[in-house]
Write a new protein. Sequence first.
Length: 348
Amino acid sequence: MTRTRRTRPTIRDVAAEAGVSVSSVSRTLNGGIYTSAELHARIMRAVKRLGFEPDQAAQALRSRASNTIGCMVADFSNPHYTGMVSAAEEEFQRAGFLLMLAATKHEEAREAAFLSAVRRRQMDGLLLFAGDNSHKDFMKGLATLDLPCVTVDREVPDSVMVRVDHRGGALEATRYLIGLGHRRIALLTGSAAVLPSSERLAGYRQAHQEAKIEVDPTLIRPHMQGANTAFSSVCQLLQMTKPPTAIISLGTSMLAEVLEAITSNGLRYPQDVSIVCSGDTDLARHATPAISALSWDMNEVGRTAARLLLERIREPDKAGSSAPVFLPTRLILRHSCAAPATPARGRK
């Protein structure tokens, strides 16, 4: 008589029986502190029904929680990231987590190294800031990680997203310049593969459409942050037969290059060209004259993202995705904008 060998139940069987994720079962059996009483009871009932016995050797390797959060940004020298990451880190620290930061410079090799570190260190969650979603290998690798994930200005499947209203900000800034009489407005922004840049472009186009002004595509100059090409782009724009009378620019190193290009071409703002920047940086506030800027609460962005991620770590069986959390922008008017210069005032 042939005896049927009984298959030993696995952790996946327990997860299926309890209707939860494998990571939730693992956390519960390893004494995780972020499991609700109801969820714990449901998992333990499934363990008892199936007669599941954890592999003690494997459990020993996993028994120590890492209490770490992986955080990926493109460029930590960007003050936009500095404020948001610092605020998020304070929230994680209060909750007993260590934040491990990686700056990838939009390079795929650095992104791959980050994912590898996340796996090796068995991190508890991921916080991802705006990045290039055209990097397919990174997106595929990310999909294999069974970790709670919150993103800031980046669309990633099965994650919660915190979004700054970059589209509304660009719309407001462009409307303002059009209201001053500008009809040739240049837009300097990041790569279209990065969400904030595509959203700014959408707001810019909407304002032109509302005013029934045709967009000149030669006035739109996409750049990667840190590429140091804004200076040459602005020089090219200002030397056109019909140059822009206003410029909307990113507010970090790109703004510095914009100002340098204006000066190098013997022009002044706002007399010859108006400027609005995205991001209220120290340079925007302390330039002479000070630069009108689109602003948002960077600390609130970081805090909101961190709290959402902690919620997902504590309650991993909530829905895998939810509606984005939008945070507003506001236009701070200073002294960098005026009505368009007339030929009598020296413009070409």
